[in-house]
Design a protein around this ligand. Structure first.
Ligand code: PYC
Length: 310
């Protein structure tokens, strides 16, 4: 299996160029469902230790569905096949550029959540125009032992987010363990109450957000991903959900660029334009760096060829 690894603001992406499972015909959504249902071993083999690493997201290339798209892609982490991935799309763009498959300029990519736009500025800088994002429910309460009632917003940004602002715990790298444990409890508590989206969608990411003293930064966030790791980048789909909330509450005008910071200090410059069905079209600019080109080997005699799954 031929892969190229990059990181976007510290968050790793493993682009799978060849050697993935046969997902059959149909839409990317249908192929993504087959991947999730029938190929659990593949997800863990690629991303779990010892071959993968915590927080890594895979980008499995599939044929594009739109004639004007450079490629199709299905994103997954070790726990879930997800709808879209902003940091992953930035990583994918620099990877395709390294391979000579795209050059500087505008391109499109087909994802499970829909077609997204990218602008490759140079070997490392990429702007993503995400799918239309929206605030779905404002002020949903959740009871958390030790914290009482916490209130947050449900937002869609290509994935499903529960966003709490201000954060109940200071968004600081010294609190990553504490925020991870709390965010897992919040996600499980909300999902136990039933779906948040029209398609039976459950919350797959939780965001704690807070303002910071640095005037160059609008806000810093901690983002819990489906695999219970935190996003090292400011999370492209999470930033999209946050933009949708700011727009819906009248707190940010279209076209105004703000900077979102991750819990490790990496940054995306983000803005939005009004969407066509009442949401926003987010624009996310960030940087990715290629780290490795590799051939993954799966020795039948290796007891951990499908990864360490406990
Ligand atoms: O950047 O959208 C994102 C993302 C999703 C999961 C990890 N990163």
């Amino acid at each position: 299996m031929h892969v190229i690894d990059s990181h976007t603001g510290g968050e790793p992406t493993r682009v799978i160029l060849s050697g993935g499972p046969d997902l059959g015909e149909g839409s990317i959504e249908e192929q993504a469902q087959r991947l999730a249902r029938d190929h659990r071993d593949f997800l863990t083999a690629v991303l779990a230790e010892p071959r993968g690493q915590p927080a890594m997201v895979a980008a499995l290339l599939v044929p594009p569905k739109n004639h004007d798209s450079a490629t199709g892609v299905i994103y997954f982490d070790i726990a879930a096949v997800i709808g879209m991935c902003g940091h992953g799309t930035i990583g994918l763009a620099v990877t395709l550029a390294r391979l000579g498959r795209i050059s500087a300029g505008e391109h499109r990519i087909d994802t499970r959540a829909g077609q997204v736009g990218i602008t490759l500025h140079d070997a490392n800088s990429v702007t993503v125009r995400n799918v239309e994002s929206r605030l779905v429910k404002q002020g949903l309460n959740v009871e958390v032992p030790g914290f009482g009632t916490l209130s947050g917003d449900v937002a869609y940004g290509g994935n499903w987010f529960f966003i709490i602002e201000p954060s109940p715990v200071a968004v600081d790298s010294s609190n990553i363990r504490k925020m991870t444990d709390l965010a897992v409890i919040i996600r499980e508590t909300i999902n136990a109450q039933g779906p948040v989206g029209p398609g039976g969608d459950m919350i797959d990411h939780v965001i704690f957000q807070q303002n910071v003293p640095d005037p160059a930064v609008h806000s810093r966030s901690f983002v819990l991903c489906p695999d219970d790791t935190y996003d090292r980048s400011p999370c492209g789909t999470g930033s999209s959900g946050r933009l949708a909330c700011l727009a819906a509450k009248g707190l940010l005008e279209p076209g105004v660029v703000i900077t979102h910071e991750s819990v490790i200090g990496s940054r995306f410059d983000v803005s939005y334009q009004p969407g066509v069905v009442g949401g926003v079209i987010p624009t996310l600019r960030g940087q990715a760096h290629v780290m490795a080109e590799a051939t993954l080997l799966f020795d039948p005699a290796d007891p951990f060829r499908h990864g360490i799954v406990l």
